[in-house]
Design a protein around this ligand. Structure first.
Ligand code: AMP
Length: 392
């Protein structure tokens, strides 16, 4: 495999300027790389910290050449950026992960097809091409099932649960209302998992790779709420997850930071929910609890530098600040009270508009033991639930 090395001083390009792009930018700038951020949203958090900022639509053809001339190498912060843009940039500069990898991942059906054809463990699934065929498609995987848009869904958006036959009509109606030409959906068996886990993998252009500790995740309404690291459980389970994750990314031929989202069944079996071709929300704890963060790894792997040694320096619990959480925190003495909690590290993304379900920031609680970190995280979460308690 061709290995291109980009030394500090050369410009790194990132597509997407949300919080992931912003944390990548901060890591890159600390290592001496100027960063060019391309995101259509002028208020995207990465723009103000970028060296070069391009708040332009992704289909701006003039920008493709200008961006490619400016940067030495390109990466991206999420999988829903246009694959054709990556292909166009790839004609001129390396893109990591490649547009071929992105194409497989950004369509849930293609991704599950790749995993199934390589014998990786996943929930049973079927392809739906027309809302009118929903009943027969669900019968292929059985009830209860989950229907997801094949592309562009995230954080539980574009998902419908179908518990029994009588739910089909309502979901069919919802699909018909949002259908576009050529649209497809994936229908999956709704897995009765015991818990959700995730694991980060970093893989370089030379095929060298490493994993981070297994993390346990809790979701609310399809959005990540809390991550605990290391995930409680046996070391054998963590080793099995790491081996699976390395194997998947190796098969994919991925160069970059990847995250495997997993379901653990009551039997202990692991099923893959999905692969993210980028740093992941469940890996934000690495900023404060690891020797090298997932964002620094993205910088290293994008620029062709050696991968960083992964060492967990402290158990950690990460709590996302979603929607109104940020308003509660900013009220009165909320931030001061939080920062008074031992081991609490606050990250606010600088998004001006607070909207329901919007990720506004996160807090990492570090503790000598996971149980101590959990106590502090629980105290904080309770105070968020009580609304004004933080500012009392
Ligand atoms: P996704 O957008 O696919 O990551 O799904 C968001 C969340 O929905 C996951 O974190 C799970 O909590 C839940 N979910 C997704 N797929 C399944 C499934 N096949 N069975 C059970 N729960 C699921």
């Amino acid at each position: 495999m061709k290995s291109v090395v980009t030394e500090p001083g050369s410009v790194l390009g990132v597509l997407g300027g949300g919080q992931l792009g912003a944390m990548f930018t901060m890591a890159a700038r600390r290592l001496g790389y100027p960063v060019a951020v391309w995101d259509p949203d002028p208020e995207a958090p990465a723009h103000p910290i970028a060296t070069y900022s391009f708040p332009l639509p992704f289909n701006d053809q003039h920008m493709v050449a200008q961006f490619a001339d400016l940067v030495s190498v390109v990466t991206y912060e999420w999988e829903n950026i246009p694959a054709e843009l990556c292909r166009a940039l790839e004609q001129r500069k390396p893109v990591r992960p490649s547009s071929a990898v992105l194409s497989v991942i950004q369509d849930r059906l293609d991704q599950k097809g790749f995993l199934a054809s390589n014998g990786f463990p996943i929930p049973p699934f079927a392809c739906l091409t027309s809302p009118g065929h929903l009943a027969e498609t669900v019968s292929q995987v059985g009830y209860p099932a989950l229907c997801k848009t094949a592309t562009a869904g995230y954080d539980g958006k574009g998902q419908w649960r179908i518990f029994r036959e009588s739910d089909v009509r309502e979901v069919e109606q919802a699909l018909s209302e949002s259908v576009r030409p050529g649209m497809r959906w994936i229908v999956e068996s709704l897995v009765p998992f015991e818990r959700e886990l995730s694991i980060l993998v970093v893989r370089g252009a030379d095929g060298q790779s490493c994993t981070y500790p297994l993390a346990e995740n809790e979701h609310e309404e399809g959005i990540l709420r809390t991550t605990k690291v290391p995930a409680p459980g046996s070391s054998a389970l963590a080793e099995r997850a790491a081996a699976l994750a390395l194997h998947v990314v190796d098969r994919l031929g991925g160069v970059g930071v990847f995250c495997l989202e997993l379901f653990q069944l009551p039997s202990g079996e692991l099923l893959i929910n999905e692969i993210a071709p980028r740093p992941h929300n469940s890996g934000h704890y690495t900023l404060d609890a690891c020797s090298v963060s997932q964002f620094e790894q993205q910088v290293r792997v994008t620029s062709g530098m050696p991968l960083g040694e992964v060492r967990l320096l402290s158990p950690a619990v990460m709590v996302n600040l979603i929607g109104n959480d940020a308003a509660i925190l900013m009220k009165g003495a909320g931030c001061r009270t939080l920062l008074d909690i031992p081991g609490a590290v606050l990250h606010l993304y600088g998004k001006r508009a607070i909207r329901p379900r919007r990720k506004m920031g996160h807090v990492t609680f570090l503790g000598e033991t996971l149980s101590l970190a959990l106590d502090h995280a629980k105290q904080f979460r309770n105070s968020l639930t009580n609304g004004s308690a933080l500012s009392a």
